[in-house]
Design a binder for this molecule. Structure first.
Ligand SMILES: CC(C)(COP(=O)(O)OP(=O)(O)OC[C@H]1O[C@@H](n2cnc3c(N)ncnc32)[C@H](O)[C@@H]1OP(=O)(O)O)[C@@H](O)C(=O)NCCC(=O)NCCS
Length: 129
């Protein structure tokens, strides 16, 4: 079993500016409808949650990019972050062929200025899951 990790940190204001400038064009390019619903439910804190998901997608990409069979074919929305009933985030990959992927775990944190995500991927020797 091999372990691969990925991390990303982002300024919340960068994402706030992108959303304020580009609006739905940015949101629809980067986030799934479920992610948008989750972030919007956070009202005044929503930019922290949008930024966290942006960092999460970057972190996932870093962790899996070596093993992606076509890394240029994926889009932001192919990596989705979903929270379970306890609030713990999970990664859902859509239509992606990642060689040897067995499991993946993610942790997210955010404060007023920054959001950070950390991903750990467990891989087998060959074949995808
Ligand atoms: C859940 C909790 C850890 C979040 O921590 P926080 O400092 O308030 O907020 P952070 O910005 O660091 O983390 C927020 C992220 O935590 C993640 N999170 C929430 N609940 C989680 C859980 N049950 N398990 C793992 N991750 C969780 C989410 O990804 C969330 O971001 P998102 O809503 O954008 O997805 C905190 O609210 C909590 O319940 N703490 C309990 C502390 C405690 O009992 N301490 C004593 C023993 S150590």
């Amino acid at each position: 079993m091999n372990i691969q990790c990925g991390t990303d940190i982002i300024e919340i204001d960068r994402i706030r500016e992108a959303i304020e400038t580009m609006g739905n064009r940015f949101l629809d390019r980067v986030y799934t409808p479920k992610e948008i619903a989750y972030c919007e439910s956070k009202k005044t804190q929503k930019y922290q949650h949008y930024a966290a998901r942006f960092a999460a997608k970057e972190a996932v990409f870093k962790a899996i990019s070596e093993d992606l069979n076509d890394k240029y074919a994926i889009s932001w929305k192919d990596i989705e972050i979903e929270n379970d009933t306890q609030g713990k985030p999970h990664v859902i990959l859509h239509g992606m062929d990642v060689t040897g992927l067995k499991s993946m775990d993610i942790s997210i944190s955010h404060c007023k200025a920054y959001a950070i995500a950390y991903v750990v991927v467990c891989k087998g020797e060959k074949d995808g899951i």
